[in-house]
Design a protein around this ligand. Structure first.
Ligand SMILES: C[S@@+](CC[C@H](N)C(=O)[O-])C[C@H]1O[C@@H](n2cnc3c(N)ncnc32)[C@H](O)[C@@H]1O
Length: 243
């Protein structure tokens, strides 16, 4: 029986390559991918909702300002105000979330690293085009804050070689690049540095083919286990902890 299944499997694979089905059915890839990732996301939400100490699911309307409620909640529940931390933000643009975290944490040993092209998105994302979200490097009067201008794919490997990350400190990794490729690149690059207790923040988590897909592939491939701490806007913004 096993032999027959293996033969049929090999036959169908060969035939599907031979007849170039992508020519007739290629248009189905994106909707099918979206559907599959939606299914995975609903499973993830059902499995993770219990652990969150803040969760507004289900909210009929999205209120982007709620992300600051999530940050504030995290600051109090995880006692982040005075603790020394390494905060890395991927996707800084105008620096709204970045500035919030710099102002919220008062420890002089904390460091805040912001990564962005500052020339906008390197690829289109939904209704946004390549180059959208360009902004000047934010002016921040705090020597704890440093910016790395360029593609993550260029700046992050060099940054990681500088030993800037102090593994004794708590890390907050804020993923706000919107794109699947950028989020997956940042997560996989940081995988060797992540440790128990570190916090991952996502700004567009419930977009099935982008941040969610990147997180799923990353956590499945690196056997990374997380606990949901907080979620707002129906899991659009989430905070989770490495366990
Ligand atoms: C939604 S914006 C960030 C918003 C910001 N965190 C805030 O609070 O307003 C997304 C940013 O990610 C940046 N980005 C996306 N992929 C990138 C990549 N591979 N390398 C560098 N920057 C990237 C874009 O340039 C864009 O400025």
């Amino acid at each position: 029986m096993k032999k027959l299944i293996n033969r049929l499997n090999a036959f169908f694979k060969g035939v599907s390559i031979l007849f170039h089905p992508y020519i007739y059915l290629g248009w189905l890839r994106r909707p099918l991918q979206l559907f599959l990732n939606m299914l995975s996301m609903s499973k993830w939400a059902a499995e993770n909702r219990i652990s969150a100490s803040l969760n507004d699911f289900y909210s009929p309307l999205r209120d982007y300002q709620k992300r600051y409620q999530l940050y504030e909640h995290l600051l109090n529940s995880e006692q982040l105000r005075e603790c020394a931390l390494d905060y890395l933000e991927f996707g800084v643009s105008g620096g709204y979330s970045f500035k919030w975290w710099v102002a919220a944490n008062v420890n002089s040993d904390s460091r805040f690293y912001g990564f962005d092209t500052f020339e906008g998105l390197p690829e289109g994302w939904g209704t946004y085009n390549r180059g959208d979200m360009a902004a000047p490097i934010p002016g921040i009067d705090d020597t704890r804050a440093l910016f790395y201008k360029g593609l993550f794919q260029d700046t992050l490997p060099a940054f990681l070689k500088t030993d800037s990350i102090n593994n004794r400190k708590l890390k907050i990794i804020h993923l706000d690049a919107d794109l699947f490729s950028s989020t997956l690149f940042a997560l996989t690059s940081l995988a060797p540095w992540l440790k128990k207790g570190d916090i991952l923040l996502f700004d567009e988590f419930n977009v099935p083919n982008h941040e969610f897909a990147a997180f799923k592939i990353f956590s499945d491939s690196y056997y990374v286990k997380t606990k949901l701490l907080a979620a707002v806007n129906n899991y659009y913004q989430v905070a989770m902890q490495i366990v």
